[in-house]
Design a protein around this ligand. Structure first.
Ligand SMILES: C[S@@+](CC[C@H](N)C(=O)[O-])C[C@H]1O[C@@H](n2cnc3c(N)ncnc32)[C@H](O)[C@@H]1O
Ligand SMILES: [Zn+2]
Length: 275
């Protein structure tokens, strides 16, 4: 049984309509669309991804397919294990020891960092495009934490199905760089600002255009399986965040990622809407 009380924070990803839970389905009071709730996973992808028409939508579906195929061995990647040695202590430090009431993780994958978040959060939403990854994440969370206090969302970072200003924390590890194009990645930052309460933290990592990557990789391109990426430098990232956030911490990690803690400005979204 889903942690039913958490459903009240969800909205329709298509029109932002409120949702009502009827006979095991979440029904949108705006457009009437029904979303399945399947054993702690809500299937809440935006309609555009069910009927893709643009290049970026097709690219997201390409990534979804590859992530589904890679889910069973993703956690064993040696490079990931190496970076993890450096990144985990920084995430722990930036998250601190406080207990957050409502939090969202974007691009949780198989739950590598979700297990750390769930310990610190009363109501944790973890969202990903890949259903196969979410199934593994669900297994992991159930084994260690039981069924309550967390809910997985099969959704898209560009259409977060979460009410405005409801989160005390948004977290993301190595996911936003895969949203196709810098412009759509900036739109994810806007979505994050929308769902965060004023002055609340956004802690995340994102690919870094570091000296090491300049030697061995490209700034923008595709991994095997057609997974898009863009590598940021610290200055341009600070600039992109500055509309909605006050950046408190931004540091390179392992020559691979930038790790950031930023607070949503008290008037973050309103200022952005006004230009
Ligand atoms: C490199 S994995 C990182 C997974 C996990 N955060 C970790 O650190 O192990 C990137 C994840 O982002 C997800 N992702 C990519 N684009 C997304 C989008 N538009 N919306 C939601 N999730 C997305 C992928 O499905 C994948 O699980
Ligand atoms: Zn709707």
């Amino acid at each position: 049984m889903t942690h039913a009380s958490m459903l009240r924070w969800l909205i329709c990803p298509d029109d932002g309509g409120s949702l009502t839970f009827v006979n095991g389905l979440l029904m949108c009071n705006g457009c009437g669309r029904a979303f399945e709730v399947d054993d702690n996973i809500v299937r809440i992808l935006p309609r555009q991804l069910m009927e893709p028409s643009s290049d970026s939508e097709l690219q997201k579906l390409r990534e979804q397919k590859t992530r589904d195929e890679q889910a069973s061995w993703y956690d064993m990647l040696i490079g990931l294990k190496l970076v993890e040695l450096f990144e985990m202590p920084i995430y722990r430090k930036l998250l601190g020891t406080r207990c957050y009431d409502v939090a969202l993780e974007i691009g949780c994958g198989t739950g590598r960092v979700t297990v750390e978040l769930v310990k610190r959060v009363k109501h944790l939403f973890a969202l990903d495009l890949s259903y196969a990854s979410l199934e593994l994440c669900r297994k992991r969370l159930k084994r260690s934490f039981g069924n309550d206090g967390w809910l997985l969302l099969h959704g898209d970072a560009n259409s977060l199905p979460i009410r405005d200003e409801s989160c005390d924390l948004v977290f993301s590890a190595q996911a936003i760089e895969h949203v196709p194009g810098k412009h759509l990645q900036c739109e994810v930052f806007y979505e994050v600002a929308r769902v965060l309460k004023p002055s609340s933290p956004f802690v995340f990592s994102i690919y870094h255009w570091s000296w090491l990557m300049k030697l061995f990789s490209k700034r923008e391109g595709y991994h095997k399986g057609g997974i898009y990426f863009y590598r940021w430098n610290a200055e341009e990232l600070k600039q992109a965040l500055s509309k909605h956030f006050e950046v408190e911490y931004i540091r390179p990690c392992a020559g691979y990622i930038l790790i950031v803690r930023a607070l949503k400005r008290a008037n973050g979204n309103k200022a952005a809407m006004g230009g």
